[in-house]
Ligand binder design. Structure first.
Ligand SMILES: [Zn+2]
Length: 336
């Protein structure tokens, strides 16, 4: 490394570092100033191009789960004849949990379930038809982080037997025809990429064509980082489709389950004519760990859980899973 001697070079290097380094988050402003003082602009540019953009240089935010691995396994349904509730630690007969619609009979803990279970719980005769079932994610950016995106997709399909993080069904709820979209958290953390956006959009096209209310059950870690800006563009797509649905005067009910976070909260989960949440579900944009470690303050108990979010005006209703179907039917009777 060559030490910077000219004042002009020093200023340019400093500006470059403050602009790029600070914006991309891999160098703090004070680190930029120190770096600018000791290395040349040429070296710094080389340093920037070789810097791994997707590796954290500072471990500011603690992550419990491996990124993209579908989040905490502790809230999913345990396998076996007997299962231990992750909340009250009660040992329960698996069959009893299933009969209780995958909630704990002792403490009402709602275990995380997928689209298949929700179709059975909400629809009178299950799924009658599936919309856009065969849409598969593409990899236009040829993205690779700790693992290639294409490999991640193959892996997710092998583990979940799902094609994507969302499925859309046609069916009836208490004899009323509906379009029902459900997200699967088990598929890459229920992340929203271009396929989720497209399925959401086609579900609305069908809801408008058949004049059926649209119900969406969200469960997601947010936008899919492997699709970068393309996943962020789904916000514009889904919210403009919802505007079309509203213009056609067709109800949209959003059901938020544990967890509904990030880009999905921002894109469509909070836009329901009526927003319903399952009890104690995590509902957030940035999650509590990120908030806590950023503001360095202890958060109040129950922060960003359904009850807290309802108290602050973002959720209209909280419904136990056993009453969810009746609640949706009642809301539809009021709206449609
Ligand atoms: Zn329990």
């Amino acid at each position: 490394m060559r030490a910077l001697t000219s004042g002009y070079g020093n200023r340019v290097a400093r500006r470059w570092f403050i602009f790029v380094g600070h914006e991309t988050g891999f160098l703090s402003a004070s680190a930029c100033r120190t770096q600018a003082g000791i290395i040349s602009l040429g070296t710094s540019l080389k340093y920037l191009t070789t810097m791994a953009w997707f590796t954290r240089s500072k471990q500011n935010i603690e992550t419990r789960d491996k990124p993209g691995e579908g989040g905490a396994a502790r809230d999913t349904m345990p396998d076996g004849v007997w299962a231990k509730c992750s909340e009250c630690k009660e040992i329960l007969y698996q069959k009893m949990i299933e009969e209780n619609l995958f909630t704990c009979p002792k403490c009402d803990k709602h275990f995380r379930i997928g689209s298949e279970e929700y179709f059975k719980i909400l629809l009178d005769a299950g799924m009658e038809e599936e919309i856009a079932a065969n849409l598969l994610p593409a990899d236009p950016l040829n993205f690779k982080d700790s693992k290639a995106y294409t490999a991640r997709v193959i892996d997710a399909h092998r583990k979940t037997h799902l094609n994507e993080a969302m499925r859309v069904a046609i069916g009836t709820i208490e004899s009323r025809p509906v379009v029902l979209g459900v997200m699967d958290f088990s598929y890459i953390g229920g992340s929203m990429g271009s396929v989720v956006g497209e399925k959401f959009s086609r579900a609305i096209d069908r809801a408008i064509a058949d004049r059926r209310p649209y119900i969406m059950i969200s469960s997601s870690g947010g936008a899919r980082m492997q699709e970068a800006a393309i996943s962020l563009m789904q916000l514009a797509k889904t919210s403009s489709k919802l505007a079309q649905l509203a213009a056609a005067r067709i109800p949209y009910i959003s059901i938020l389950t544990d967890p509904t976070t990030g880009g999905v909260t921002a894109s469509f989960a909070m836009l329901g004519d009526v927003n319903i949440a399952e009890p104690k579900a995590l509902i957030a944009f940035a999650g509590p760990r990120v908030v806590e470690q950023t503001i360095r303050k202890k958060l109040p108990p129950g922060f960003q859980r359904s009850e807290f979010v309802q108290e602050h005006g973002f959720i209209d209703l909280i419904s136990h899973r056993k009453e969810l179907k009746a609640t949706v039917a009642r809301v539809l009777n009021h709206l449609a």
